[in-house]
Design a binder for this molecule. Structure first.
Ligand code: ATP
Ligand code: MG
Length: 479
């Protein structure tokens, strides 16, 4: 891998000139540190967040810099952390005073005292995140790499600057960060570090759910989340975070019949989905689509292994998981639930002859999420039998074509009954009663079965027929 260690282009950037000038004027020794330096060397598309560490007040430095940045919003100060932030031209510039940290076992919030640059680098999570570039006049642009982070960037290795056991125990969030970086950057976690993560896995319990979920989102956003989730499982972290997934692990055999390992199947589905959708909620749905299989698993001769109703049970579990992890209980969760609940429906269609009315019902039930649902189901095809693989994919192509055709004709995605309850009441001279619901349902069924188009006239005719069957007669005014 080609690493970029010539920073001259970046240092000529007007922003860096301003930083240099200001650092000199206020006389606070300062360095760019962390993710920005790492990504610069890796040639990764810069996320444009810059962390600056100051040997003195980061807040004072931030205020001085802000004055020189045309159009910068006022400095946001976080007094408790002694940090300051400037939003400028879509970037976040974060300023923090160099610090030394000492930890107490029951909290991830350390006691913080001002420190030297070395102290500050020591408290960083990985050698590759401790790299610094000087902003000081005397050695502007100098590269400060006390732990040979550059070698680790070359070797694609994640290593903690200090003893990994202490590093992870002090702040267990770092364990998730290690796995997330390994996944994002395609790096290997160094052996002792990996062992220390396994040893400290249960300490993840002291980390807030929000931060855990943040990292899970980042893992799910990579192009191959199975790498991260496999590491989470192997280190024992996953059972503290998503035990429902662990419950899917393993293959059981009774009377010579085996079911697939639904944990690894699930990871394969998530990976399959990634090239086709960036929607992190759809990726969550893929991750959770089979969770109902553990509690519903039964061996029923002569059928074999069954997971009766697992989609329904799974959808309920989605709510519990979101609640436990303090994730939003809003339409995002409902979307995930819907995907889990409906995750087997298109498969059933695709396994058999693709039939029109089944497709109509699918579109009707999935509504606006129909395309996401099909994308999920295509990812769910993990059969290793090439003939079957092709057949299923071809059938899904057919399903997609039929969806388009059905949509053009009947607009079922956002179905509104073509004849309203009021119109039915008026025609038959009724007050609110059961019959109205029966007629509406019959009209909807006729449309979904393809017996009549989704149009007012045809539906009105059907209404008359259905009314007659119920012994209703048109109201005088209607005749
Ligand atoms: P990215 O922003 O791409 O996720 P990053 O490395 O910039 O990666 P941030 O969370 O923005 O990560 O943190 C900035 C820097 O702060 C890191 O590079 C690292 O040096 C340090 N850091 C962040 N979190 C921790 C932590 N939990 N323990 C130790 N150091 C940390
Ligand atoms: Mg960052």
């Amino acid at each position: 891998m080609k690493l970029q260690t010539d920073f001259s282009n970046t240092l000529q950037d007007p922003l860096f000139k301003i930083l240099k000038e200001t650092v000199d004027e206020v006389g606070i020794e300062s360095y760019v540190i962390g993710g920005f330096v790492r990504d610069l060397i890796l040639g990764r598309v810069q996320k444009k967040d810059i962390d600056i560490v100051a040997l003195g007040s980061g807040i004072d430095l931030a205020k001085a810099v802000q004055k020189k940045l045309a159009g910068a919003k006022p400095v946001q100060v976080f007094k408790t952390y002694g940090t300051a932030m400037i939003h400028w031209e879509g970037m976040d510039l974060e300023f923090v005073g160099a610090r030394k940290e000492s930890y107490m076992p029951e909290s991830r919030n350390p006691e913080v005292t001002p420190g030297s640059l070395t102290d500050d680098q020591n408290r960083r999570d990985f050698t590759i995140n401790a790299l610094a570039i000087s902003l000081n006049k005397a050695d502007f642009g100098a590269f400060i790499d006390p732990f040979n982070g550059l070698d680790d960037l070359k070797g694609k290795i994640l290593r903690t600057p200090l003893d990994p056991d202490i590093t992870y125990s002090d702040d267990p969030l770092r364990m998730l960060r290690a796995i997330r970086f390994a996944n994002q950057l395609n790096f290997t976690i160094e052996r002792q570090s990996l062992e220390a993560i396994s040893q400290n896995a249960s300490r993840i319990e002291i980390i807030s759910k929000e931060r855990i979920v943040d990292e899970l989102h980042k893992i799910l956003a990579t192009s191959k989340p199975s790498v991260g989730f496999t590491l989470l499982e192997k280190t024992g972290l996953l059972k503290h975070i998503l035990p429902e997934l662990i419950a899917l692990k393993g293959v059981e055999e009774i009377e010579g019949q085996r079911h697939k390992d639904n944990f690894y199947h699930t990871l394969e589905v998530v990976d399959n989905l990634c090239p086709n959708s960036d929607n992190v909620w759809l990726r969550w749905a893929a991750l959770l689509h089979d969770i109902g299989k553990a509690p519903t698993k039964k061996f029923k001769p002569p059928v074999g292994w069954t997971f009766h109703n697992h989609e329904f049970v799974g959808a309920k579990m989605v709510y519990k998981i979101f609640k436990r992890l303090k994730m939003p209980l809003n339409e995002k969760m409902k979307f995930v639930q819907k995907m889990v609940l409906m995750s087997s429906r298109p498969i059933v269609i695709a396994e058999e002859q693709v039939n029109d009315s089944a497709v109509r019902r699918l579109v009707f039930d999935a509504g606006a999420s129909i395309d996401d649902l099909i994308t999920l189901c295509e990812a769910d095809i993990t059969t290793k039998n090439p003939k079957r693989f092709e057949r299923y994919h071809n059938n899904f192509k057919l399903v997609r074509e039929k969806i388009v055709a059905v949509e053009e004709k009947d607009h079922l995605r956002n179905f509104q009954p073509p004849v309203s309850g009021e119109a039915i009441m008026e025609f038959f001279g009724l007050h609110p009663c059961r019959e109205i619901g029966i007629i509406k349902e019959a009209i909807k069924e006729a449309i979904l079965e393809g017996e009549i188009p989704n149009e007012f006239e045809a539906a009105f005719e059907r209404m008359k027929e259905e009314g007659k069957k119920l012994g209703l007669t048109p109201h005088e005014k209607s005749v």
